[in-house]
Write a protein that binds this ligand. Structure first.
Ligand code: MD3
Ligand code: FE
Length: 203
């Protein structure tokens, strides 16, 4: 169930499976306080993935740029707090991958519907790139792709299913990555959708 992907990157297959119901209940509470929305890129494009956040900081994008902000721009309120079960799962997974003491202050919640894709990008808006990122996949499986630290590096494809957790640290932390268009499939807990949680130490 431990699958190394590249130096610094490991998939923990089904690591979150036994905690799925609790995680999804917590997602529901987050979404009630801070609904999913489609952010706009600095270039003016509406993102296909619908997003929200919880934790002290949330990732946002608008015409001015990408950044982390303590407030939800739609409501003006602080982002909902990070649920305890989120924090625990992220810390447990990071420790399993060799990153003890991971304490995320931001969780980006992404929602994919059939056809939704996420184009190739790097995650570089966090202050300390020495801290890993932990991602948790729930619902319909997706084909994830990642390469090296240059956009033109060759890409590997990895299927990510319900309960899979990936930890990205060390030399993999700044690799380019994206998600291919979601297939039209059904998951017993999430219907036609996929939810991905990414935990970061942003500040
Ligand atoms: C590799 N999310 O939120 S998760 C993102 O499935 C993001 O929603 C995708 O890319 C998703 O930024 C992919 C896997 C992932 C997350 C963060 C990474 C891979 C990563 C950061 C650095 C390198
Ligand atoms: Fe990313």
């Amino acid at each position: 169930w431990r699958e190394p992907l590249a130096p610094g990157a490991v998939v923990l297959r089904r690591f979150a499976s036994g905690r799925d119901a609790a995680l999804l209940a917590a997602v529901q509470a987050v979404v009630e306080a801070a609904p999913f929305r489609h952010l706009v890129t600095p270039g003016g494009f509406r993102m296909q993935v619908a997003m929200t956040n919880c934790g002290a900081l949330g990732w946002v994008s608008d015409r001015r740029g990408y950044r982390y902000d303590a407030h939800d721009p739609d409501s003006g309120r602080p982002w909902p707090p990070m649920p305890a079960e989120f924090e625990k799962l992220a810390a447990d997974a990071a420790a399993e991958a060799g990153f003890g003491g991971f304490a995320p202050d931001a969780c980006l919640v992404n929602r994919y519907l059939p056809g939704t894709r996420l184009s190739l990008h790097q995650d570089r808006d966090e202050r300390d790139h020495g801290q890993p990122i932990v991602s948790v996949s729930l619902g319909v499986p997706a084909m994830f792709q990642f390469g090296g630290t240059r956009r033109t590096d060759r890409l590997q494809r990895v299927p990510l299913a319900h309960g899979d957790v990936v930890v990205w640290g060390g030399p993999a932390r700044l690799s380019f990555h994206g998600v291919l268009p979601l297939k039209d499939a059904q998951h017993p807990l999430l219907g036609a959708s996929r939810i991905n949680l990414t935990f970061r130490k942003a500040g």
